[in-house]
Design a protein around this ligand. Sequence first.
Ligand code: SF4
Ligand code: SF4
Length: 354
Amino acid sequence: MLRQRKADMKTSKRPMELSLRLAMYMLKNKLTGKKRYPLVTMLEPLEMCNLACIGCGRIHEYKPVMDKMMPVEEALSAVEASGAPIVSIAGGEPTIHPKIDQIINELVQRKYFVYCCTNGILLERVLKKVPPSKYLSWVVHMDGMEERHDEAVAREGVYKKAKKAIETALEGGYRVCTNTTIFRGCDVDDLHTLFRTMTDMGVEGCMVSPGYDYIDAPDRDLFLTREESKKEFGKILDERSTKGMRLYNNPLYLDFLRGRREYQCTAYSNPTYTVMGWRKPCYPLADEHVTDVNELFEESLWDNYGVGKDPRCSGCMMHCGFESATVFHAISSPRDWVTLVKSGAIGKSGITAS
Ligand code: SF4
Ligand code: SF4
């Protein structure tokens, strides 16, 4: 019965066009001599959420503007100003935004590759207004199997709802990924069961990233140091244990998490637009909000941020800063480029950030 159900379920796939478009976009920038440019626009059209996860910084940081909803035109203009071919919609919980369907549908129509992050609670409602497209993937937040996930999001029943939403989306022909944030004290076996379950359900892939030590998060003991992250990811991403599981991050970033490679952060790749403007310098840090996205690509800015430059960067291994670094580095390293092409991973450049 279960086998029949698995056979009936659709497995979502990342379109080849995404890799090709991103590769062409990067080569074009390289030929014009541009050093810093965006790969993914992180769009936060609201900061309100229907959950209060234990590791979330956003819902505290943006408390004074929690009820602000970004107008559709403003969201589209920000994406256009950034110019990145991929858009990752986050927040807050995007499905709460009253015009999220219009924002997504407009971006898809303009052929941006859209990844919409969600906790899944209201996803089925939004599916009715947003048709499936190769340009759209839902990214459902899953921090563990039922007990672990419900504990991380501080509410019972959320795992079941999110899993049901994933099933409905896959059955409806949507592309679906999951994203999992790793915190101190994570249960490695439980995570493997989660990745196996999601793979069997037919998701395109499971993204992983260590949580960032947000100053506004309620429990900062949760966050791993750099050395702890490498140790935990060494176990979580053990090749034998994860064989057959569909992991979405690119293999170079997975090696970085395992502690086998070092990179400097290239967070200018993921400019983040919020209801207060562009976060400067990056997705995790906002020392200020600015109106001009080009301020995020200035050479002098990056003299001050990154590992070894700002103490707040010392524990950061998030995909928004480092998965892109693997891609930028690979463009000058034929061997790494081949690794990315072989794995079909050119388009995986730090899409979500949770
Ligand atoms: S982590 Fe995401 S789902 Fe959880 S409270 Fe924050 S915005 Fe909401
Ligand atoms: S390492 Fe990069 S992405 Fe991480 S906090 Fe520092 S500047 Fe931001």
